[in-house]
Ligand binder design. Structure first.
Ligand code: MD6
Ligand code: FE
Length: 209
């Protein structure tokens, strides 16, 4: 029956892979893990350094968490809302990062940070590079759950052509090495979607420190 088994990996670059359905079997446990994290570090809307509110709501788990505010983008050991350390990185997420990197032929990134992004219909994320991490070669593992979204996959320069990648529930994208600084974003989620999900979750696992 087509559609039930994960499709074959799709190369997005020499060291970047789209792994359709890779996390499908772990999705219920991943959603439980997200709920556990958010009970300690709730979703919040951050501001850009320029003072605009980011539409996607965020939280973190792991030794370091990514934050944005008037003072810039940074990784912090504590949640600025509570003053307490971010919730621990669930073992399930560490294992998923190692397994997905292996499937992509890349070394285990041994993540110490997981950014949780929550998208409602009508929200998206502009083209950007992930460059706030100390080691810009360790791979990033990105997990999509819930509503589908079009991932915009660009090049190393902002105005390079962009490829549209239709990410579905359970898909994983892994990139490192030569592709680590590729521009990417998420097209605004459709409002119509009579999908079984109210929202989209994206987990990006990184080695930040
Ligand atoms: C998202 N992801 O898929 C947004 N960044 O919702 C990212 O910005 C991202 O998926 C770095 C690596 C993987 C990603
Ligand atoms: Fe990113």
């Amino acid at each position: 029956m087509p559609g039930l088994l994960p499709a074959a990996p799709v190369a997005l670059g020499p060291e970047a892979w789209w792994l359709p359905g890779f996390a499908l079997g772990r999705a219920p446990a991943l959603l439980d893990a997200i709920a556990g994290v958010l009970a300690q570090a709730p979703l919040r809307q951050m501001q850009t350094p320029g003072g605009r509110r980011i539409g996607v709501a965020m939280s973190n788990c792991g030794a370091l968490g990514w934050t944005s505010g008037r003072d810039g983008y940074r990784y912090t050991a504590c949640d600025p809302l509570s003053g307490k350390p971010w919730p621990a990185l669930p073992a399930l997420l560490r294992a998923l990062a190692a397994d997905a990197a292996a499937a992509a032929g890349l070394p285990d990134p041994a993540p110490d940070a997981c950014l949780i992004n929550h998208y409602l219909p009508g929200t998206g994320m502009g083209l950007h590079q992930d460059r706030d991490e100390r080691d810009l070669r360790a791979a990033i593992v990105s997990v999509s759950l819930g509503l589908p979204a079009v991932f915009l996959w660009g090049g190393l320069r902002r105005h390079d052509p962009v490829q549209a990648v239709p990410l579905a529930h359970g898909d994983v994208v892994v990139w490192g090495g030569a592709d680590r600084l590729r521009f990417h974003g998420v097209r605004r989620l459709a409002r119509a979607a009579q999908a079984p999900w109210p929202c989209r979750w994206n987990l990006t696992l990184r080695r930040a420190g």
